[in-house]
Design a binder for this molecule. Structure first.
Ligand SMILES: Cc1ncc(COP(=O)(O)O)c(C=O)c1O
Length: 406
């Protein structure tokens, strides 16, 4: 296989998926051209047409997350906004929360600020591959009168897990995390930024009070500016205060935010063109079959993990190819700084990846890769086996160049 030339291999789908199915851009243009009213605001035909698309997008997201009531989904601009809504809306001084050691800054930064405001934050251990220690999570979250470490402390009100790590690709078994939350009467907040749209979340059947933050621009194949918060059937929506208040087109005579869903959390005009694109992305996924797309992505990531492990001088920082994981992997190459490695991969081979700390310094501390970070590869639905083999060839050549090759 010839390396180099004009070829581009996009392996940065963990940052945002690319390319998008053609239907995504088409649906966005169509929305602006044919149904560009403000959804839920006016009674005229363009507003109704726009509202219909938003409602179909809500249905499609509910189906992708495995929940039956689409009205328990509040759209937001991304997973970060959704996570902030959940954290600031639920936690207050004196509350205790336990989060996992692979947390993205979209969780860690609000928790750091909430810590300053009197919320007690504990962090559950992960191992060097980013696998969460669920026993540690449970013992931290539980208040055991007999345990010295937790004596006198209230049980955690909220447990937060990163469903799929954006650094190592480790996947948290949601049914087990849900079991812990159920036993302790805590709310489970799932950061599903890397997994929603592709992995089975089964929000309707988790069996605990669960809330899922999702983003639209990664595995759901929608455009940036889309995402949201989905409230499972076991959670009291009223226990979350709105984070942003404003116009909703409903109850306009009142200066209080409506209490009902989704208006409680959807102040201001929603991203109509973005949601039209998100709907098209989710439909594309449904047509191909979510599990078939997932299988193909896992095959690609497995080939990358095994292939890179076999390159002398390369270290994979994450679970093995056959362990529970999502389609994200991290590695380092002896003799190369990750920034030089990314530059060479891009300029010489057209392989596009992300290096550094991936907005998740805590995850890198857990993996032992702080402060330099790692190179991250994340295939998507358009990645071919040839792309993977080409990338492995490129990394193999770079390893040889710095004398670590065979
Ligand atoms: C695990 C994780 N959480 C949260 C986010 C934030 O997502 P968004 O860019 O949609 O705000 C990301 C984005 O990379 C992520 O990987």
């Amino acid at each position: 296989m010839k390396l180099g030339g004009d070829r581009i291999v996009y392996l940065d789908n963990a940052a945002t998926s690319w390319p998008k199915p053609a239907a995504v851009g088409e649906a966005m243009a169509e929305f602006l051209r044919d149904s560009g009213g403000n959804p839920g605001r006016s009674g005229h035909r363009l507003s109704i047409a726009a509202g219909r698309i938003v409602s179909c997008a809500r249905d499609a997201v509910a189906s992708a997350l495995g929940m039956s009531d689409p009205l328990r989904i509040a759209f937001a601009s991304n997973a970060t906004a959704a996570l902030n809504t959940a954290l600031y809306g639920f936690l207050g001084p004196g509350d205790r929360v336990v989060a996992d050691g692979m947390a993205h800054n979209a969780v860690a930064r609000p928790l750091t600020e909430l810590g300053r405001r009197g919320v007690q934050v504990d962090w559950a251990r992960t191992d060097r591959a980013g696998r969460l220690d669920l026993d540690h999570l449970e013992s931290l979250a539980r208040s055991l009168p007999s345990s010295g470490a937790t004596k006198g402390r209230p049980p955690a009100r909220m447990i937060i897990v990163t469903h799929g790590s954006n650094v190592s690709g480790a996947l948290v078994p949601l049914s087990e995390a849900a079991g812990i939350a159920h036993r302790l009467g805590a709310v489970l907040l799932v950061d599903a930024a890397q997994t929603a749209g592709l992995e089975d979340i089964g929000l309707g059947t988790l069996g605990c009070a669960a809330v899922v933050a999702f983003t639209g621009h990664k595995a759901m194949l929608g455009p940036p500016g889309t995402g949201g918060l989905a409230f499972g059937p076991g959670v009291e929506v009223d226990s979350f205060a709105p984070f942003v208040r404003g116009g909703t087109g409903s109850s306009s005579g009142s200066e209080d935010q409506p209490a009902f869903m989704p208006d409680r959390f959807e102040a201001g005009t929603v991203n109509g063109p973005g949601l039209a694109g998100l709907l098209a992305g989710l439909r594309w996924m449904e047509e191909r079959g979510r599990s078939a797309v997932r299988r193909a992505e896992l095959q690609a990531i497995g080939r990358l993990v095994d292939g890179i492990r076999a390159i002398p001088g390369a270290t994979v920082h994450g679970p093995g190819s056959r362990e529970p994981r999502c389609a994200v992997m991290s590695f380092t190459l002896a003799g190369w700084s990750v920034s030089d490695l990314a530059l060479e991969l891009d300029e010489r081979y057209g392989v596009l990846c992300r290096v550094g700390l991936h907005c998740a310094p805590r995850a890198h501390r857990s993996l032992g890769t702080f402060p330099e970070g790692t190179a991250r590869l994340a295939p998507g639905p358009f990645t071919t086996t040839d792309d993977v083999d080409y990338t492995l060839g490129a990394i193999g050549e770079l390893a040889v160049e710095r004398k670590y090759g065979p």
